[in-house]
Design a protein around this ligand. Sequence first.
Ligand code: ASP
Length: 456
Amino acid sequence: MNRTLAVHANGLIGKKVTLFGWVDTIRDHGKISFLDIKDSSGVIQTVAKKQYDVSPQDVVKIQGTVKKRPENLINKNLPTGEIEVEIENLEIYSKAQTPPIPTEGDGYDIEENLRLKFRYLDLRRQRLQKNLKIRHEIAKLFRAYLNGQDFIEIETPYLSQTTPEGSRDFLVPSRLQPGKFYALTQSPQQYKQLLMVAGFEKYYQFARAFRDEDLRADRGFEHTQVDIEMAFIEREDIMKLIEDMYKSTAKSLGKKVLKDPFPIFTYEEAMKKFKADKFDLRNPSADGKNDDVLAFAWVVDFPLLEYDEKEKHYTFSHNPFCAPKEEDVANLMASKNLDKLLSYQYDLVLNGEEIAGGSIRITKPQIQRQVFKVMGYTDEKIEKDFSHLLNAYKYGAPPHGGIALGLDRFAAIIAGEKSIREVIAFPMTGSGQTAVMDAPSAADPQTLKELKLKVS
Ligand code: ASP
């Protein structure tokens, strides 16, 4: 297709071009009118010297000549502000009805359910176009950094067995084995550990994590994490790597890092000082909570276990694969002082939000077994749910650890947005309904029959 993008018309004064795009705005001055045409590269002004039956949001093809604008009409705020295209031919490719929601403006005042129902129109607004480009930029920088450090990107299954990350599973019924279910992975945790046993020493992937948790303002049922695991490392190695990655990313994005190196707080210190394990180190008066300032901090030395009052036994505080600190192993093995055991878990906080978390893992089967035991798991349950991991550790398991970085939250902070929904193309509504399409929805009786399922 012979097409010139809006921004590329800049160098083409005097040349004939063909533009394709959406009519963004129309300014009718009687004899002539100005149509701003928008495409993925930006906006360009075109001039119509006769009347065309066009309306905003129509998709058009315009052939015309690029002209320099008269000096007094140059728009310095627009990348194409020095030129315009004089229309010689205009074809309407697709006529648009009046959109049910305005696509100009920031859209914050439009009811969110309506924005999500018509998300493909909502996404046309400049703010969301920019947000998704920022997200893409971050993903690109993370990938480039990890690739540069010889990490390899490996995909792991979503349809799997449950992996405990502290949430309910989403179950998917099996048609071929009626009555049996897959669980959508809450994280690639066990797979990435198996990849370490398999000899890939540096792994990453942009993974979706599915967790059926009560929805809060800043959470959805699925989120994207940059999942990382490395072999032959200690806690400090991975913290340094991740810190460097965020610092170089922040620099490329033109953001200022408040404290370099990132301050490190133990969990105990953080709870004493901030009464929480996530906190904001920006000083509101000095930094004005400036969104361009990134205040990172590490939290380490978390308790390994938490007491579950309802179940009357201990449970993991992050996930059950997290290694106890070396000096606490003896107590763990003797089931002593269980509430005092510390782990090699590390969380990264940024401007009051937790944006990453990970740990050095247990790689000794007897220690892993003991953690399951103090959590009240029976031998049968351990065998059924975790024998694959315990078996793998019998065949030469390197010391390893990793981390998962939340991409949605980081992108929201960088874009200066309060809600992660503003940096996700098709987020769910606050009540768990999908954008644009109507899920969850009733299953068709034939499908249920095939799955041998009855809805009661
Ligand atoms: N699997 C953990 C999570 O998703 C992160 C990690 O320990 O690597 O929270």
